[in-house]
Write a protein that binds this ligand. Sequence first.
Ligand SMILES: NC(=O)c1ccc[n+]([C@@H]2O[C@H](COP(=O)([O-])OP(=O)(O)OC[C@H]3O[C@@H](n4cnc5c(N)ncnc54)[C@H](OP(=O)(O)O)[C@@H]3O)[C@@H](O)[C@H]2O)c1
Length: 301
Amino acid sequence: MKIFLTGASGVMGRSSIDALHRAGHDVVGLARTPDSASRLAALGVEPCLGDVYDRAAMTAGMQGCDAVANLATKVPIGAQALRPGSLKAIDRIRLHGSKVVTEAARRAGVGRLVQQSLSFIYADHGDEWVDERCPVDVTRATEPVVVAEDNVRALADEGGVPVSLRFGLITGDDPNTAWLFRRAAAGRSIGLGEAESWMHVIHPDDVGTAVVHALTAPAGVYNVGAEPVLRRSYVDTIAAAAGRTKGGHFLPPWILRLGAEKLEILVRSQRVSSQLFSDRTGWHPIRPTLSPDWFDDLVPA
Ligand SMILES: NC(=O)c1ccc[n+]([C@@H]2O[C@H](COP(=O)([O-])OP(=O)(O)OC[C@H]3O[C@@H](n4cnc5c(N)ncnc54)[C@H](OP(=O)(O)O)[C@@H]3O)[C@@H](O)[C@H]2O)c1
């Protein structure tokens, strides 16, 4: 198959290019600059110059494609997330970009659209398991994610197959984890929220394999991640990989007031099951359980 990717140069995009090529698919990648286009071409990807607001460029690039994966995003890293307006770019990509991508796919006659989404949108469920039937908790921070899922769902009205993948927190060799890793190595705290609450995580490599499996998934929303992990274990595993030996890696609870809704979504207890996606597509994570080797590429040689 031939797959059109937005966000091709990002963490999710690079993993998807790798996995799609390994599965024998051809990839067309949206690139915002000529430099980015050259880097994609060097990876064997056919570049398409434009951004997620450029419907004409994307419609042209999607011609002859069998599916689109919309992976474009603009995630603020670390303390940048607390700055005023830090979510403006990502919100626009979710609220408006997803609409333009859907419209381009429709015009190009592409019937399948995979949208990257987030399991952070679920309400706090304590120790209960969370599946796709569980309620989401819509706040100022999560609403754009929910709207993006709705925007791509519109493709089903015309017989298309929209698939939203609710990924856990990407954890591995990526800029956000690298930021946490550097903090931990410097002896600073990295944990937010309750130590005994649950997190849903995914290794970057498994994002790409999930995108490949989404090409055969029935329309719907799916949770996608490794086994949920207790926050204490997530924090301790990163801290240990960064060379810390003593505990005390959690930030004081008053910090949460600084970030309000931006940080609240990071501390919900979410024991998320990805069973439905496995049952329907045969996907299983290559990295099913968080372990210190997830951070091998961050450890200086
Ligand atoms: N589920 C999760 O936990 C999750 C999901 C996504 C990202 N993240 C994290 O966020 C951090 C940053 O991610 P990242 O390094 O992939 O970078 P990023 O800055 O979030 O960008 C992701 C991709 O989207 C593209 N993009 C941004 N704005 C665009 C636009 N207007 N039109 C078209 N494409 C656009 C970028 O292209 P350019 O190269 O041109 O900027 C890039 O290819 C990482 O730590 C990652 O793990 C986490």
